[in-house]
Design a protein around this ligand. Structure first.
Ligand code: NAD
Ligand code: MG
Length: 339
């Protein structure tokens, strides 16, 4: 079993008197900064003046500084700007100002693992990667719960990198559900694979394909939406609570038989083969090179594909149906704000 850490394992004193700079105030940055502050840590927020989230951070009671100023003051620098923006902000604002003995903490291993950022040997380089979107990292923390985190140590120059990193994970709520120790390599590769094959890519494509199949066969788009998108959450909630067993307990005998005999025909040998190839592209660095080049070229493919996804007809049907679901409105608002 993976080595895991819980609340009692965290030594909160290692963060006492330590100044933490959170760079970026997006999905993760906002959640980390607010949770750390609520946990009694000494936090400052580093942002581009006039950037997208500057105003939001002041609304939340911060006095944001320019990234280089925040770094110059800090014992721990949490790098929570987008992965593709990190190498530049590292060159311009972090490397010239990083204090000797300071710790660089990432929320994802991409830039260290693929060699886009090469910190000096005297810095601690670590990671706390919550396994969930930032708005949940905040919302769960406020509710007394938390999002599980992966923790990794790339460089331990000080000898106390692990203790400080675990205390950081604790302060954002990660030790409540548990912190798993991993490596930058494992976190980066599994994270990319998960979001590509299952969580974001796989599941949306599966839902859209199911919806399109029903609509093309003449069924009502609204009925197809409830069937292929809306209900997925209810099913996933059961799996989240108690595994496949819990889901199978609550669905009908007929649903179970259909699941057991038809599921493997949908996710068949060809799909599994494709998953292996996608993983191989991640492991070889091919995906990383493609994504870095796409960014350098102004993201033409990304923008075109994103537009296509957002204009998919299921989005229109879904929007209209969700507008009637009053209980969804506050969450939609939270999601919008946390963007
Ligand atoms: P985000 O896009 O939500 O927020 C980025 C923040 O950085 C914003 O405040 C933005 O204004 C600022 N920013 C953007 N470009 C900048 C630039 N060039 N210079 C300075 N600031 C800039 O980012 P995110 O999704 O929170 O991702 C941050 C890190 O957390 C990434 O390493 C990501 O992989 C990791 N992570 C994200 C999630 C998630 O749920 N989004 C989950 C786990 C890990
Ligand atoms: Mg998709």
């Amino acid at each position: 079993m993976a080595k895991m850490y819980w609340q009692a394992d965290a030594d909160t004193e290692t963060l006492e008197g330590k100044r933490i700079a959170v760079l970026g105030y997006g999905s993760q940055g906002r959640a980390h900064a607010l949770n750390l502050r609520d946990s009694g840590c000494d936090v400052r927020v580093g942002l581009r003046p006039g950037g997208k989230t500057w105003a939001q951070s002041t609304e939340d009671g911060w006095r944001p500084e320019r990234p280089a100023d925040a770094v110059g003051d800090a014992d721990i620098v949490a790098v929570l700007v987008p992965d593709m923006a990190q190498p530049q902000i590292y060159q311009e604002a972090i490397a010239p100002k990083l204090r000797k003995g300071a710790m660089l903490l990432f929320g994802h291993g991409f830039n260290i693992h693929y060699g886009q950022i090469k910190p000096p040997a005297e810095a601690d380089v670590t990671m706390v990667a919550p396994k969930g979107p930032g708005n949940l990292v905040r919302r769960q923390f406020e509710a007394g719960a938390g999002v599980p985190c992966l923790l990794a140590i790339h460089q331990d120059a000080s000898g106390s990198a692990f203790a400080r990193t675990l205390a950081y994970a604790h302060a954002i709520g990660g030790t409540r559900p548990g912190v798993i120790e991993t490596t930058f390599k494992e976190e980066t590769e599994t994270d990319l694979f998960g979001e590509q094959a299952v969580l974001c890519g796989g599941v949306t494509e599966l839902m859209a394909a199911g919806w399109e199949t029903l609509v093309a066969a003449g069924y009502q788009p609204e009925a197809a939406y409830f069937e292929c998108l809306h209900e997925l959450k209810l099913i996933v909630d059961l799996i989240y609570e108690g595994g496949f067993a819990q889901m199978l307990r609550f669905v009908s005998e007929t649903a179970k038989y259909g699941d057991l005999t038809r599921g493997p025909r949908v996710v068949d040998a060809r799909v599994r083969e494709t998953m292996k190839r996608i993983l191989a592209e991640i492991q070889s660095g091919e995906f990383a090179r493609e994504w870095i080049a796409e960014n350098a070229g102004g993201r033409p493919k990304y923008n075109a594909l994103l537009k296509e996804d957002l204009e998919h007809p299921v989005e229109k049907v879904g929007r209209e149906l969700r507008e009637r679901m009053s209980w969804l409105q506050p969450k939609a608002e939270v999601a919008r704000i946390a963007r």
